[in-house]
Design a protein around this ligand. Structure first.
Ligand code: GLP
Length: 241
């Protein structure tokens, strides 16, 4: 679905999340970070304040986290989610799950996270952003992709793009923990959000319907229930957000 503006796209995304929670109060949501979902989070906070949505029984799993990073580091995705969203809604903090960026044993942490998602009954609705290179979560373009939650090395291009939120590119962690492609594919419903012309190329490839591990988002073409929400700039390659 193409929207004239970023805000309209985020309104639609927030409506879909609201419908999901209204239909099932114990919904399990998969959540993204990045700048794209920020407005959706703001709208959801409003909907929570005016009584339209109740997050008290909702459980969330974030897609990814830098590694290594402390959860109280302001660059961590845990910090971002707490400040941008969780502290502002009536969700129980213990129901917000994010991979531990300072786990000593990354493999064990990923395995535990994967099992926790399965134990929670799987993700009902997963919201995804998309990297300029087509990454989803931190599943970077590669010859092979991994199915389960795992530790991954970030590509230099991703480190550079993501450095906009750090003081210096050298501060961006080289690694991350991320849900795998299989973990993502097991979500019952997926929404992908794309905004701004920098996403144009990756989005075109996704919408062309051909599948390649060199653009991990294209694997979503085999998922039975994916909705792509984008603004006109991402769709047509117009101006930058
Ligand atoms: C990061 C995250 C992704 C996110 C992407 C896009 O690399 N790991 O999950 O989708 O950035 O970010 P933005 O929305 O800021 O463009």
């Amino acid at each position: 679905m193409v929207f004239e503006s970023y805000t309209e796209m985020c309104n639609k995304a927030a409506d879909i999340v609201a419908e999901q929670i209204t239909l099932k109060s114990h919904s399990v949501l998969g959540l993204p970070t990045g700048l794209t979902p920020v407005k959706m989070y703001e709208i959801l906070i409003e909907k929570n304040k005016n009584g339209e949505i109740d997050f008290s029984d909702v459980k969330t799993f974030n897609l990814d986290e830098y590694y290594p990073v402390s959860p109280i580091d302001k660059h961590s995705y845990r910090y971002f989610m707490n400040e941008t969203f969780f502290k502002k809604i009536n969700i129980k903090m213990e129901n917000t799950c994010i991979l531990n960026g300072q786990a000593e044993d990354a493999e064990k942490e990923c395995d535990m996270y994967q099992k926790l998602i399965e134990k929670s009954g799987g993700i009902d609705l997963l919201i995804l952003g998309i990297g300029r290179n087509g990454h989803i979560g931190f599943n970077e373009p590669d010859e092979y992709l991994l199915s389960y939650t795992h530790k991954t090395r970030l590509l230099q291009e991703t480190i550079e793009v993501n450095s906009k939120l750090f003081d210096d590119v050298s501060e961006v962690p080289e690694y991350a923990l991320t849900m795998g492609i299989g973990t993502i594919m097991q979500a019952k419903r997926i929404i992908l959000l794309a905004s701004g012309k920098s996403k144009y190329k990756a989005l075109r490839e996704l919408m062309a319907g051909k599948i390649t591990t060199l653009n991990p988002s294209t694997l979503l073409n085999v998922h039975p229930c994916v909705t792509v929400l984008c603004d006109r700039d991402a769709y047509e390659g117009g101006k930058e957000k």
